[in-house]
Design a protein around this ligand. Structure first.
Ligand SMILES: *Cc1c(COP(=O)(O)O)cnc(C)c1O
Length: 521
């Protein structure tokens, strides 16, 4: 097992299974990297500055009371630190990342190049609008194409992620119901919906009730129809759903929800499977978020900054949050408050400090413009083709709960691992040893031991063939009873298998300085 450096900054011998101990504490070029706070020292510095006199008296109450405790390191030490920890992580730039529902597709370098153009990279949200006309026009143009692709009348651009978009959409629904003088309490969420859907509804104060999936992995329409009523604010449905299937009764679902006086939220995170083929506006939905970091290839980041614009129907558009961009005369401006003559006072408020993630807007628009309408449609078709290629390549050795073609992701269950002693988790860990990121596992909950694989449109046939071959190899090892190969996996990663329960229940999320006695040692 690996050991990190000891407190004094010295190195410990490191045990490596199946190999000699190392003196450095590193494993070849795989460096065992301490936290940056455990390196350097507060008194050292990366730059030499001339001595300054004592001017504490001029700082008054703002003078620092004690040392900051920030470690001092030289520039090369800092660069090495971040490069080393970056190598402990998987990345879409390194190998396949078939994490279902997450759409880990390639981030084209053209997007990055455009986002770095000085006039775009350095624009500031507090600049006077007359000096930021190009940026406002860019937001307006992106909004135009989102509206065009979805066939919806309006879009709110400010949400910073998919789940944030859901929050925005549900707040619009709440505001619309308030305006009607109704206080409906329940939101219905099918079992085939993404986990953020019930979480969002609950965050907005609604009582969430689940609607069963039918044997085809789609919403049980009869169960939905039965539950709809005057207490139901709306339905949140994911389409394509988390089984990788198109909700084929969606038009009927929209009709039923509207007939019962509710609103229809459609989670459009998987728009990458249908863009250019289906316009959600034609299906009768009231709002839908789009994850620019999925469909339009912007980087996912470490939890942000993402971008999740929400398209809205006529009924919900007036309640969209401020600020928003409008055209006026030859130019563009932002409507920031209810005192603006262009605003009718119905917006539910403000969702975020400024008007959205500019860097993501630039990348998404670049992606759209470099693909064109035909290219976007082809990206969706290729995403679906690739998932079906993986399905066809594995369906004789893995088990499909819902046979037949899928959309952009293919769902397997663990029936094919039955009696092998190997679980979905073991299989996922063994995939790390094979150099790919595991698929999404144990989600969706509607099937046992779920494995949800989303190759995305950006994988070549060669990389899909390699993936299929390694998965077939693992399934053959499992069938042959080679449990050791799985139980200890991963063997070849920077860390061996973690205690996932402890990681979730007792996460260590911040570094604390050692207690004074220990520090003095
Ligand atoms: C990714 C995803 C979300 C959440 O989006 P974030 O940007 O991660 O907040 C919601 N629904 C579905 C179906 C998704 O795939």
């Amino acid at each position: 097992m690996s050991q990190s450096r000891d407190k004094s900054g010295g190195l410990k011998l490191i045990e490596i299974e199946g190999g000699p101990r190392t003196h450095s504490g590193h494993r070849g070029l795989d460096h065992e990297e301490p936290l940056i706070f455990e390196q350097g020292a507060p008194e050292s510095t990366g730059v030499d500055l001339p001595e300054v006199g004592d001017f504490t008296d001029r700082l008054g109450g703002l003078a620092r009371q004690g040392p900051t405790g920030l470690p001092g390191l030289s520039e090369p030490e800092v660069v090495r630190h971040f490069v080393r920890i970056s190598r402990d992580n998987h990345a879409i730039d390194m190998a396949m990342y078939p994490l279902g529902s997450c759409t880990m597709k390639h981030n084209p370098r053209l997007n990055e190049k455009v986002a770095r153009l000085a006039g775009l990279a350095e624009v500031h949200p507090l600049q006077p609008p007359e000096t930021a006309q190009g940026a406002l026009e860019l937001i307006d143009t992106l909004a135009h194409w989102l509206i065009t692709l979805t066939g919806m009348p309006a879009v709110a651009m400010s949400p910073a992620a998919g789940a944030h978009g859901e929050l925005c959409g549900m707040m619009c629904i709440r505001a619309a119901l308030d305006a009607r003088g109704e206080s409906r309490q329940v939101v219905l969420v099918p079992e085939s919906a993404h986990g953020t859907n019930p979480a969002t509804a609950a965050m907005c104060g609604y009582r969430v009730e689940a609607i069963a999936a039918d044997p085809r992995g789609r919403v049980d329409v009869a169960a939905l129809a039965e539950r709809l009523g005057p207490d139901v604010a709306g339905v949140m449905l994911t389409n394509p759903n988390t089984c990788g299937l198109f909700e084929s009764d969606i038009v009927e679902i929209a009709r039923l929800v509207h007939a019962a006086g509710g609103y229809f939220y459609c989670d459009g995170a998987n728009f990458n499977a249908i863009m250019g083929r289906v316009r959600p506006g034609d299906l009768g939905i009231d709002c839908m978020h789009i994850n620019l970091h999925k469909t339009f290839s912007t980087p996912h980041g470490g939890g942000g900054p993402g971008s999740g614009p929400v398209v809205l129907s006529e009924a919900l558009a007036p309640f969209a949050p401020r600020p928003y961009v409008i055209r006026e005369g030859d130019g563009f401006r932002l409507v920031e408050s209810e005192h603006d003559p262009a605003d009718d006072g119905r917006a539910f408020g403000r969702l975020k400090g400024f008007h959205g993630q500019m860097g993501m807007f630039i990348r998404a628009l670049t992606y759209m413009m470099s693909h064109g309408a035909d290219g976007l449609r082809q990206a969706a078709e290729d995403a679906v083709l690739n998932a079906n290629y993986v399905r066809a390549g594995l369906e004789d050795v893995m088990s499909l709960p819902f046979p037949g073609p899928c959309m952009h992701e293919v769902l397997f269950d663990d029936a094919s691992l039955k009696d092998t002693g190997v679980t979905t988790l073991d299989l996922a860990k063994a995939m790390i040893d094979e150099g790919v990121h595991p698929m999404t596992m144990y989600f969706p909950l509607v099937v046992h031991g779920a494995m949800l694989i989303e190759p995305t449109d950006s994988e070549s046939k060669a990389s899909l063939d390699e993936f299929i071959a390694l998965m077939r190899g693992l399934m053959a090892d499992a069938a042959a009873g080679d449990v050791d190969r799985f139980e200890g996996a991963p063997f070849h990663a920077p860390r061996r298998r973690l205690d996932e329960t402890r990681a979730a229940r007792q996460p260590v999320l911040r570094w604390r300085p050692p207690a004074p006695a220990e520090a003095a040692e």
